[in-house]
Design a protein. Structure first.
Ligand code: ADP
Ligand code: MG
Length: 390
């Protein structure tokens, strides 16, 4: 699969620009195993890079023109190296342009004689868009690693993660955290990235899925994220007001021992939002500890507890996600939960290889019986992070 996509990135580049690319760089999408809505509360997350990748075929130019094209779109977008700004006309090209802008910002402040020239770039990808697998981080990190190499910016992977985030915040205009880029750049085969969103320290933790005969099923419900109705913003606001009422900078500063005080101080809704974040942070810590002590077959309950907390306390699940989770567990999954921001998107189910067929077919049948759209179900494994392919 990878070879085919590299070949198609090279062919796409040549077809668009009429000459051969210098190289191809890839970066994976990611899935978050546990730790939801904890990132903006300066808490813990535990994502891993998946075996679905975005490939960027790139060549430097001698002038200051940037041209980007993608197999996802017929249009080629252009910008000038020194004058990239937020512009609605950029469409998807805001992601590579954002990275080109952010690398220059960072390299100019760190290197004495950093100079960037234009480049041509063609994107190929098998990361599903909008399924909560961060196709956006995959495109950012493949282009960031490529430009870091060909511009000689000498940034390390932590700085490149920041580059992806900065580009997405400023040029795309999405106020996202650094989890997705960290997973895409720091991933290792059969490992997940335990990330402290306050200190930005990270640790690679072995999952042992392959050894234990487990795979992670993605069950994309195809329910579009309904973030537009303010659900996400209102959850963030509840977390902020809860932290303020309890006298802390962020919910990260609270632990299970503070739950009693929180219940006495806060109104019911804010208390439940806060309880989700406090218990979810603890579940990430427990997942890491249990993986190391007892292996992946022991983390199923934590995954399900996480789902219940999002369903009942944070109230960001939908019927399709609940159905996917409960059906998967009933038919042999070790643990399952919704993943991502909520209000739609995907669920994940940690499943023994021999149960993959039964779990998948049962979820499809249950969705059909309930009149839901057909879910898209596929397995992913934990893969190595961004790299130069050729
Ligand atoms: P997610 O990251 O969860 O997949 P986002 O909305 O954050 O969803 O990012 C998806 C956007 O990223 C797409 O709408 C598109 O603008 C851009 N994108 C991702 N992959 C590609 C690609 N291969 N080619 C062009 N644009 C892409
Ligand atoms: Mg994204």
């Amino acid at each position: 699969m990878t070879d085919t996509l590299i070949a198609s990135a090279l062919a796409g580049f040549e077809g668009k620009f009429g000459y051969a690319a210098t190289g191809v760089w890839s970066a994976p999408g990611r899935v978050n195993l546990i730790g939801e809505h904890t990132d903006y509360n300066e808490g813990f997350v535990f994502p891993f890079a998946i075996n679905r990748h975005t490939f960027a075929a790139i060549s430097l130019r001698e002038d200051d023109l940037i041209r980007v094209a993608s197999s996802f779109s017929t249009q080629t977008h252009e910008a000038r190296v020194g004058s990239i700004t937020k512009d609605d006309g950029h469409d998807w090209a805001a992601y590579p342009f954002g990275v080109a802008w952010a690398i220059q910002e960072m390299a100019n402040s760190l290197l004495k004689d950093f100079a960037a020239t234009g480049f041509d770039c063609y994107i190929e990808s098998d990361v599903p868009v909008g399924a909560g697998l961060s196709s956006s981080a995959a495109i950012e990190c493949s282009v960031a690693l490529a430009l870091n190499d060909i511009w000689g910016a000498s940034l390390d992977r932590l700085q490149l993660a920041r580059v992806g985030q900065l580009g997405e915040n400023v040029i795309v205009g999405a106020p996202t955290g650094i989890m997705d880029q960290s997973a895409s750049l720091l991933g290792e085969t059969d490992h997940a990235v335990f990330l402290d969103c306050r200190s930005l320290e990270s640790q690679s933790i072995e999952l042992g899925f392959a050894r234990e005969g487990l795979e992670l099923l993605i069950i994309d419900t195809r329910v579009a994220h309904r973030l537009v109705d303010g659900g996400y913003a209102s959850r963030r606001a509840a977390c902020e007001s809860g932290a303020a009422s309890l006298g802390v900078d962020s919910l990260r500063d609270l632990s299970l021992a503070d739950l009693g005080r929180a219940q006495e101080t806060l109104d019911d809704v804010t208390f439940r939002r806060v309880r989700h974040v406090i218990t979810e942070n603890q579940r990430v810590l427990d997942t890491v500890a249990i993986l190391q002590r007892s292996g992946p077959r022991a983390i199923g309950k934590l995954m399900h507890d996480s789902h219940e907390s999002m369903r009942d306390d944070f109230e960001i699940s939908v019927d399709e996600l609940d159905t996917a989770v409960e059906t998967a567990i009933r038919h042999g999954a070790i643990g399952a939960r919704m993943t991502g921001g909520g209000f739609g998107g995907a669920a994940i189910a940690l499943t023994p290889v021999e149960k993959i067929g039964e779990v998948s077919l049962s979820v499809i049948a249950e969705f059909e019986a309930l009149g839901y759209a057909k879910p898209n179900i596929f397995a992913v494994s934990a893969a190595q992070g961004a790299k130069r392919e050729i």
